[in-house]
Design a protein around this ligand. Structure first.
Ligand code: PMP
Length: 404
């Protein structure tokens, strides 16, 4: 794979900020979009735009076909059994809110529990927390060790407390830890507890096979995998999606409506009220086809090399502390430097053209766990290069020197 050729597909990378070439290392927040994705969405609005599922006319049917084709592509991409197991949403956050609300109406009773882990993004924590609290219930939390690895014996103990749902990150957006989700799913299933996997940070970097994982639900965002913002997905086993009640009500999700009574549409439409973001769904399909057209193992290897090199080079900096040192990790490195506030560091290296994220990364409990205000996080994607890692580390070194 020639990274320079790949980079030509991402025009936004080819620019200067403050007179320096942009080094974009904020990919865990959102990835850049390749030309084919941008063009697909543009093409839709130029030639195909129409509301779907409702019209008998040519354009409406064409747009409907394209949208349903995109659903099949998503199903194939994550190896779902059937296309009706894919619900288009705005992204991970909406998918998780959908699940928390649907589970609440389906089975949550007073005092019920939901199990999450200590490394969840707020969007896989707050919806469940608010939901159980409405029923005087409780969030159970799997603890992690100092390296940012989940404690599975504790997990087993917590499963015995009988949570109604388990919801876990596949990869932590702060620590980069790859959680052993397959094993954790099998453990939960021994207690007949359904498992939701938050795949926001995994889907762009590793092939996903929901049938092999045997997860009951898998959620993700398009914008973190080279697709447009405002689109994402929820995979659910058909048997679960059939049982759960709808999340939002309105057009398209209904079967028959009278003032007395409403019956609901079949899957997947039951969960897709209102007009969806058709153009973005087509962009998502194109992003998936773009990824499928690459040697994904090679992409994975390249990203792993960038990470190893960044960690190696950063380790030379005096006073550096890595947050997240799991053996199984991917995509990103988080750290703090003694005596330097992460925000200051991020601001200084920004002036050198380097874009990283600083702060709590929407995972405040992780910060509390490690007793820090925030971290600096560099996260990699398919278009990043070893030279960029070098520029980044040198920028961090220079910035750190300013505080010595
Ligand atoms: N979960 C994880 C692990 C994430 O990294 C993110 C985004 N940072 C989210 C959930 C939320 O994703 P979105 O904002 O796209 O809904």
């Amino acid at each position: 794979m020639d990274i320079n050729t790949t980079r030509t597909q991402f025009p936004v990378l080819d620019q200067q900020v403050y007179g320096k070439p942009l080094v974009y290392l904020d990919n865990a927040a959102t990835t850049q979009k390749p030309l084919c994705v941008i063009e697909r969405e543009r093409d839709y609005y130029l030639h195909e735009n129409c509301n779907i599922h409702r019209g008998v006319h040519y354009l409406s049917q064409k747009a409907t076909e394209a949208y349903e084709h995109a659903r099949q592509t998503v199903a194939d991409f994550i190896h779902a059994k059937e296309a009706r197991e894919i619900i288009f949403t705005r992204g991970t956050t909406e998918s998780l809110n959908l699940l928390a609300t649907s589970f609440e109406h389906y089975c949550i009773e007073e005092g019920d529990k939901v199990l999450v882990t200590a490394m969840e993004h707020h969007s896989n924590l707050v919806p469940w927390q608010q939901m159980v609290q409405r029923h005087q219930g409780q969030l159970l939390v799997v603890p992690m060790n100092d390296k940012g690895v989940l404690e599975l014996e504790q997990y087993e103990k917590l499963l015995k407390e009988g949570p109604k749902v388990v919801s876990i990150a596949h990869i932590s957006n702060v620590l980069g830890t790859i959680n052993p989700v397959k094993e954790m799913i099998a453990m939960a299933h021994r207690y007949e507890i359904p498992v939701v996997v938050d795949g926001a940070q995994s889907i762009a970097h590793h092939p996903i096979n929901v049938q092999k994982l045997d997860c009951d639900f898998f959620v993700f965002s398009g914008h973190k995998m080279y697709a447009p913002m405002g689109i994402g997905g929820l995979y659910g086993k058909a048997e679960w999606l059939e049982k759960l009640p709808p999340y939002q009500f309105g057009g398209e999700m209904v079967d028959k409506v009278s003032f007395e009574k409403t019956t609901f549409n079949v899957l997947p439409y039951k969960f897709e009220a209102g007009t969806p973001n058709v153009g973005a769904a087509l962009g998502l399909e194109t992003a998936m086809q773009f990824l499928q057209g690459l040697d994904r193992e090679e992409v994975e290897r390249n990203e792993a090399q960038l990470l190893t090199s960044a960690i190696e080079k950063l380790s030379e900096i005096e006073g550096i502390r890595f947050i997240g040192e799991a053996e199984q990790r991917s995509g990103l490195v988080s750290f703090i430097i003694e005596g330097v506030h992460p925000y200051d560091l991020g601001t200084i290296i920004d002036k050198m053209g380097v874009a990283v994220r600083t702060g709590h990364h929407c995972a405040e409990p992780v910060m509390t766990r490690f007793g820090i205000p925030g971290t600096v996080r560099a996260s990699f994607a398919m278009y990043n290069t070893m030279e960029e890692v070098e520029v980044f580390v040198n920028a961090v070194k220079k910035a750190a020197m300013m505080f010595r």
